[in-house]
Design a protein around this ligand. Structure first.
Ligand SMILES: Nc1ncnc2c1ncn2[C@@H]1O[C@H](COP(=O)(O)OP(=O)(O)OP(=O)(O)O)[C@@H](O)[C@H]1O
Ligand SMILES: [Mg+2]
Length: 307
């Protein structure tokens, strides 16, 4: 990757919750890179260290060791901050402000020039579908509306690198589609997007590459296709003209439909089953590999002990 927009190298973080509580090793030497223009998904089970990593990138917490570069600058540099837009897992919003007032406040904190500020705010409100609700108090917003305002805030500075912690959580299917569209539009306009998520279909639909983190360590990284490119774990067959009774080959599952028989067989037993069915005069209608899904992969990695 020639043009790296986010580089995280050897990140370690241990939390010390208190005198009588055990330390929590949240990050154990985590490293990865995200290239310009990529949409990058950050996956892992609860407590894996995703939010801790994101907070470290945005300098909300300080790692014990490691280096982070944002758009070619050390992440602590003001130049890095200007290029980064961040939406937190639980956007903290000021209940007494309206959506528009909140964005004005955020714009001032970002140091955006006052000239053009209102137009810029109107633009992002429109982008997240909140223009008609912008003058209502944040305290009256639903979770989904708060999420959208949080996203508007992240987009306000027109960032080169968007970092979103669980941007789809709490949204209905329409809201999720809107957020997907916003991410795609920003990426098409040249932004790099890094987001954590538990919603696998969104990750599969959007991400150029994904990383799986478990227990503070990187477990897998690559395109979705690369991560899923494995031999099929089993095969599904449909056939007619032969009964299932007395088959010697072990099956994972079977179902005798009115029009055909459906079976699932583990890959090592596939050829034996085909031979056996052939011997019984069966007519094969279909034979399809069952590939591992991203969800299966995540469950597999989450379940494996870490070393
Ligand atoms: N301030 C803190 N003090 C103590 N422990 C913490 C603190 N913040 C996070 N942790 C611990 O660090 C680990 C990683 O937490 P983190 O929030 O990064 O996980 P996550 O991957 O974002 O999980 P989720 O999917 O639930 O959002 C967890 O064990 C968590 O309890
Ligand atoms: Mg989190």
């Amino acid at each position: 990757m020639s043009d790296i927009q986010l580089s995280v190298q050897g990140l370690w973080k241990t939390f010390h919750p208190g005198l009588f509580e055990a330390d929590v090793e949240a990050l154990k030497g985590l490293s990865f890179e995200v290239g310009r223009g990529e949409i990058f998904g950050f996956l892992g089970p609860n407590g894996a260290g995703k939010t801790t990593t994101i907070k470290a990138i945005c300098e909300i917490i300080r790692p014990d060791a490691g280096t982070i570069n944002v758009c070619g600058h050390p992440h602590t540099a003001p130049a890095a901050k200007r290029k980064l837009g961040f939406m937190s897992e639980s956007p903290y919003v000021y209940r007494h402000l309206s959506g528009r007032e909140y964005l004005r406040f955020c714009g001032e904190l970002l140091g955006l020039p006052p000239a053009g500020m209102e137009a810029r705010i109107a633009g992002v409100l429109d982008e997240v579908g909140m223009a008609s609700r912008a003058d209502r108090g944040l305290g009256t917003y639903s979770k989904g509306m708060q999420q959208r305002i949080g996203l508007a805030q992240a987009l306000l500075g027109d960032p080169e690198l968007l970092i979103l912690d669980e941007p789809m959580s709490g949204l209905d299917p329409l809201g999720r589609r809107d957020v997907r569209d916003i991410i795609l539009a920003r990426a098409a306009a040249g932004a790099t997007v890094f987001f954590s998520s538990h919603i696998i279909p969104d990750v599969e639909a959007l991400c150029d590459r994904v990383a799986i983190v478990v227990d503070g360590r990187l477990r897998a990284i690559g395109t979705v296709d690369e991560l899923l490119a494995r031999d099929p774990v089993s095969f599904e067959l449909t056939f007619t003209g032969a009964a299932l009774d007395g088959l010697a080959t072990p099956l994972e599952a079977s179902h005798e439909r009115s029009d055909a028989t459906w079976v699932r067989v583990a890959t090592p037993h596939r050829d034996a089953l085909l031979a056996e069915l052939g011997g019984r005069g069966a007519r094969l209608l279909s034979l399809n590999p069952v590939r591992i899904s991203l969800e299966d992969l995540l469950v597999e990695h989450s379940a494996e002990p870490t070393t």
